[in-house]
Design a binder for this molecule. Structure first.
Ligand SMILES: Cc1ncc(COP(=O)(O)O)c(C=O)c1O
Length: 371
């Protein structure tokens, strides 16, 4: 570590890659030698390993997290004329998946302090057309699944968990992805469990749904060259599955390291910033992102940029106010917590191998800014 820190990247996966490459390349070589590139042994083994880890009976891998959400909706029979309640404070793919199946996203507000959907706001949005709830375990913080399941049971709704950012997070002893009808994970490289390309998986304990998902991800084929519905091509490839199997063995350590980085930030910044993220109390925060709320956020971000510290705005605009949803008729002020959060949230660098000195350096810069 140099005496003077010149740069803190928002994310740095180079150390991880150097540690994994030998083991990964060996598996890739075996895959090449066997010539099994699609739905081969690594994909099959990885699906079993993920189901065991998450605590679901099954897992069906797909090409990315967006497809995991979209195919879950399709598999659960949600389509045109249906409404799905979700959060406006998330990445666009969440609500986009609802539109992709022809249904309509309905946005409920988030809870102050946690960044995840507010069960009370969901209750207010339920209509005769509501078929499902899509909570997002944003930044790695688990939404309140016990409460959401109560709402779903009372109103006969499905739950599709958007777990894209929360691999390994839990409420009590239940991991995210084990409590809804499906859990949808992304393996985009920046995620808690990320591959070196695109990938995704659906967890579920519904056997019938698994059979349907196997069909949907493979062009709706009941057997080779026989198609009884329109599906798509959405498969995880062997090379990524091989890497993910290696990374899955180390995931608890990685989440633990993310928590250490987060705890160090929070200790130093809790009296300086408007809010630092909190853990779920009884459960695990996976800290995919470490997102604070900060007064004068844009100037703080500029100060960090000027000092070569990478940051991100997650998210600058709530989904209900995106241009594509203008016809849904939402107005500024409709979902005030989400809107206010977009105005002052700032994501700081966090990754498992982030050196302590980097965290201290970022904290010192922030403390200096508010002096
Ligand atoms: C909350 C959320 N949902 C869904 C997705 C979509 O995942 P993917 O990029 O793998 O399609 C992402 C990924 O960025 C995400 O952050």
């Amino acid at each position: 570590m140099p005496d003077v820190i010149e740069k803190v990247p928002y994310l740095d996966l180079t150390k991880e890659f150097s540690e994994l490459e030998k083991e990964w390349f060996q598996l890739v070589r075996t895959t090449g030698a066997q010539g099994s590139f699609i739905l081969g042994p690594n994909v099959k083994a990885f699906e079993t390993e993920v189901a065991n880890y998450i605590g679901s009976k099954y897992a069906v891998s797909v090409a990315n997290g967006t497809d995991a959400l979209m195919l879950s909706l399709r598999g659960l029979g949600i389509g045109p004329g249906d409404e799905v309640i979700t959060s406006p404070y998330t990445f666009f793919a969440t609500s986009e998946s609802i539109n992709m199946v022809g249904a309509t996203p309905v946005f409920a507000d988030i809870l102050p302090g946690t960044f995840v959907i507010d069960p009370e706001s969901i209750r207010q949005k339920i209509s005769k057309k509501t078929k499902a709830i899509m909570p997002v375990h944003l930044f790695g913080y688990p939404a309140n699944m016990a409460e959401l399941k109560k709402i779903a049971n009372e109103n006969n709704l499905k739950i599709i968990e958007d777990c894209a950012q929360a691999f390994g997070a839990s409420n009590g002893k239940h991991r995210v992805g084990s409590q809804g009808d499906t859990g949808c994970f992304s393996f985009y490289p920046t995620k808690v469990l990320g591959c070196y390309g695109d990938g995704g998986i659906i967890t579920t304990s519904n056997k019938e749904l698994v059979e349907h998902l196997h069909k949907l991800r493979n062009h709706g084929a009941v057997k080779p060259f026989v198609h009884d519905e329109i599906g798509t091509n959405s498969r995880l490839d062997e090379v990524q599955a091989a890497l993910l199997r290696i990374k899955l063995k180390r995931i608890d350590q990685a989440i633990n390291n993310r928590n250490k980085v987060a705890a160090n930030y929070s200790k130093q910044l809790q009296d300086v910033l408007t809010a630092v993220p909190v853990g779920p109390g009884n459960g695990i925060h996976a800290y995919n992102l470490y997102t604070v709320r900060a007064e004068n956020r844009d100037a703080l971000r500029q100060h960090l940029t000027d000092n070569n510290v990478g940051t991100s705005l997650c998210y600058p605009q709530p989904l209900h106010l995106q241009p594509v949803y203008s016809e849904l008729g939402y107005q500024t002020g409709d979902l005030p917590v989400s809107e206010a959060t977009c105005d002052d949230a700032l994501s700081l660098p966090v990754y498992p191998d982030m050196p302590k000195q980097y965290v201290n350096h970022v904290c010192n810069l922030i403390i200096d800014f508010y002096k």
